[in-house]
Design a protein around this ligand. Sequence first.
Ligand SMILES: [Zn+2]
Length: 435
Amino acid sequence: MALLDRFRAFLDASPTSFHAANVAAGLLEAAGYTALDEGGAPEALPAGSKRYVLRSGSIVAFRVGANNPATAGFRLTAAHTDSPNLRIKPRPHLRDQGYIRLGVEPYGGVMLATWADRDLGLAGRVLVRDGAGQKAILVDLRRPLCRIPTLAIHMNRGVNDEGLKFNAQKELPALLALSDPGASGATAEPLRALLAEAAGVPESNLLTWDLALYDLTPAVISGLNAEFLHSARLDNLASCHAGLEALIAAGDADLPATTAVLALFDHEEIGSTSERGAQSAWLEHLLERIVRDGAGDNAGGLSRALTHSWLVSADMAHAVHPAFADKHDGEHMPRLNAGPVVKQHSAQRYGTEAEGAALFMRLCEAADVPFQWFVNRSDLACGSTVGPLVAARLAVRTVDVGNPMLSMHSIREMCGTADHAWMVAAMRAFLSGVG
Ligand SMILES: [Zn+2]
């Protein structure tokens, strides 16, 4: 399968962060990576070991280098698995005017209007009884199930002047069914039966869930010359996929001295403060273990290892929009299909300084990849990502990069088709110890 086909398959198979991390684990397994039991007894991690740790919506994978990280350092890449969406509340069923609607809560910076009038599926994890305990089961109800209908323009005459607006509490709940028993059955909570069936358990065993709505439209290549890719969740599954491709391909022929690590975090869109987010101690604990249980000289441990290390944090970047070019700084204006973007911000909303930017420039040079800059307009507030958080948590030098895209945080985003292979190549050079 060609790279863009693998990319599209990854996007389509990953409606939620839980699915993305799970699909990533499958790709890693196919490449010879095996699961490491975080709570299990210590085991040796000799040079060349290829392991991963999956924690629901987050995953960290690593390939131990020829030398212990205490002397050779880590080559860390990070991205995030989650995207803005609409989460189903624990008691979602609402009955109004003969309809059953599902109460939702926006997750992250959702562009609400883009969710209107779409064919929406439902995916996530359900928690079910398991003997005396409980377990999580991934579900994906991949069929048109819900819709957030707009109000006719005849009753909303100002819509084109004032914009399409939804009150998240009152107007966003998603239509699921007609409540007329003749039309849809008389079950008080029809979603429960649907989920129990999808999980393959009796309804009485269903406890609760983390579920999100998603757009059923698959990723497509578009444009006159196939220069665009349209999909949901490009921010930031594009970087996750590039990191996976790079790690799997990196250094197989010749094991580098450095240890390659790929960390794909959940919860970036809501600030990364969680047990598996970029602000957690999770990655730090894993790195500590690699230093301790890896081959060779581990004297000095993690703090020594981190002084020899680099983090490349990848998250999507703002391409210039033809109608809104004045939203950009004219000298730092990324274009689609012009290569990966180095993102810099003086207040460290991006973790890049000249040192990291210079490293990434040399990586691109070595991989024959074009690169471009993004610096926010000086009079606009800047976004951020996992880069500065991991940089601060680990005390590791960092560069923030990402491929350019349009429609960020829309239910349907777009990027260029040429940039993905370039990002894979640059990351592959990085994880192979180049530069
Ligand atoms: Zn992002």
